[in-house]
Design a protein around this ligand. Structure first.
Ligand SMILES: Cc1ncc(COP(=O)(O)O)c(C=O)c1O
Length: 445
């Protein structure tokens, strides 16, 4: 490895310490206490390299590996050109091309069908795209209320965090947007009651709640949501920031629903993990209803760098990588991986289950009441009521070169989102590693 491969030495000299001092001291401390692979300095065929060796990242933002060469080359080619990146008129051919490609791609499976989506708004984060869906819902329906589902994670803007489960992501920021309410998970009657006054602009849900614990809705719930929202003129919004773009073994997790959601929100790896970009796809008819009145309203919802060329170039390159063959591989590999995990880990008393779809995988662990495994025992009294098991297992996985996390709203569940081009042997090695580590932790209790 040459010095040029590594973090720019001028940055590396005090950048790590400066993060702690000037960005977020608590995050730096947490990462250090948990032994996270922080000082990663190089990328090696999609993996991260730190002092301890190679790290396979399961966070899910780098779907084709860190610094994917195809996306990187597209971005470099664009930067080497003299094309504008930002268009003062907002009329931007790169945004047009990516919007068209996304709309076409989201219906390619149903041959001959009219595209389910023919209008796209680009933002720079998942939260920004969720916000766009909420505003579209209110502006198109002129209704005040927005419903979400208990356990959801929708982001950190004021609108999106109003829809979240009570807790650290929501509680400090009230009073929240009026008209928002979270419905009990999986409760069709509660949905039917909440929606019947025809005053709900939008129902937003994740096809599978990721931070909520990789939770799929119970059978029949999605069908009921499709039917009830249609019957009451409520927009159905699928937040596919985690489930979209092939993660579940389908281009969109919602593509097999009884009716296509009115809006789909995409984010995370749309820019290949290299350039931030997110999207809210909808139908032109809804865009017209919300913003089509006159010239002034056409820009009522926008953001300065919406669809700037660099991000769209990364998005187009990412879509190019996301072939049907790749998505089929995600489905096949995911099913085999989940089955292998379930069979191998069944012997551990701390193991509960394996959940998920495609390469969106959750490993459920049983919380232990052994005092040694409590946060109090580690001197972190503020977390005394949180289960520690997921965090302990992650800590052990870090030392073995796997970067996994516990779900944000449910720390008993490990969220494992491998990249789509991961080698099968690496998944086998992960199964063997977590098997060993669960064995070690089980012996402690
Ligand atoms: C389902 C879902 N929606 C929205 C968001 C918000 O995305 P961002 O963090 O890019 O704002 C997230 C983030 O993890 C998410 O998981």
């Amino acid at each position: 490895m040459t010095v040029d491969d590594r973090v720019d030495p001028r940055i590396a000299r005090d950048g790590w310490a400066a993060y702690r001092a000037f960005v977020n001291p608590m995050v730096a401390l947490r990462a250090e206490l948990l032994g996270e692979p922080v000082r990663v300095h190089t990328v090696d065929e999609g993996r991260l390299v730190e002092e301890r060796g190679l790290v396979e990242d399961f966070h899910g933002t780098q779907t084709f590996g860190h610094r994917n060469p195809v996306v990187t080359a597209a971005v470099m080619e664009f930067l080497a050109s003299s094309s504008p990146n930002w268009y003062p008129a907002r009329v931007n051919p790169y945004a047009g091309a990516l919007a068209k490609a996304l709309c076409e791609r989201s219906t390619r499976t149903a041959s001959g069908d009219r595209p389910a989506y023919d209008n796209v708004f680009f933002a720079n984060s998942g939260s920004g795209a969720v916000e766009a869906a909420l505003k579209l819902g209110r502006a198109a329906t002129k209704r005040p209320r927005v419903l979400s589902i208990d356990g959801a994670y929708h982001g950190t803007t004021m609108g999106s965090c109003a829809l979240m489960k009570p807790g650290m992501f929501r509680d400090p920021f009230g009073p929240h947007l009026p008209g928002c309410a979270a419905l009990p998970f999986g409760d069709v009657d509660a949905l039917a009651t909440a929606i019947r006054a025809n005053d709900v602009a939008a129902l937003i849900l994740e096809p599978i709640q990721l931070e909520g614990g990789v939770r799929a809705h119970p059978p029949g719930y999605i069908d009921a949501a499709c039917e009830l929202t249609a019957a009451h003129g409520t927009l159905l919004v699928a937040d596919e920031v985690q489930t979209g773009l092939g993660r579940t073994g389908r281009f969109l997790a919602s593509e097999g629903w009884a009716r296509r959601p009115d809006c789909v929100v995409l984010g995370k790896h749309l820019g290949g993990g290299l350039v931030p970009i997110s999207a809210m796809m909808t139908r032109a008819e809804l865009f017209e209803r919300a913003y089509g009145g006159h010239y002034a309203s056409a820009e009522a919802h926008n953001t300065t760098f919406s669809g700037h060329a660099l991000a769209c170039v990364a998005g187009l390159a990412t879509l190019g990588l996301l072939t049907d063959e790749v998505i089929t591989r995600v489905a096949r590999l995911g099913a085999a991986f989940r089955a292998q995990l379930a069979t191998t880990l069944a012997r551990h008393p701390l193991f509960e289950d394996v959940r998920g779809d495609g390469l969106l995988v959750g490993i459920g662990l049983k919380p232990s009441d052994h005092p040694w495994l409590s946060f109090e025992h580690f001197g972190v009294e503020g977390l005394a009521d949180q289960p520690s098991i997921g965090v302990i297992v992650c800590h052990r996985l870090y030392k073995r070169g796997f970067y996994a996390f516990a779900c944000g709203h449910d720390w008993r569940i490990l969220r494992i989102l491998p990249r789509y081009n991961i080698a099968e042997a690496t998944l086998d090695r992960f199964v063997a590693t977590i098997d060993e580590e669960l064995g070690v932790v089980s012996e402690l209790v």
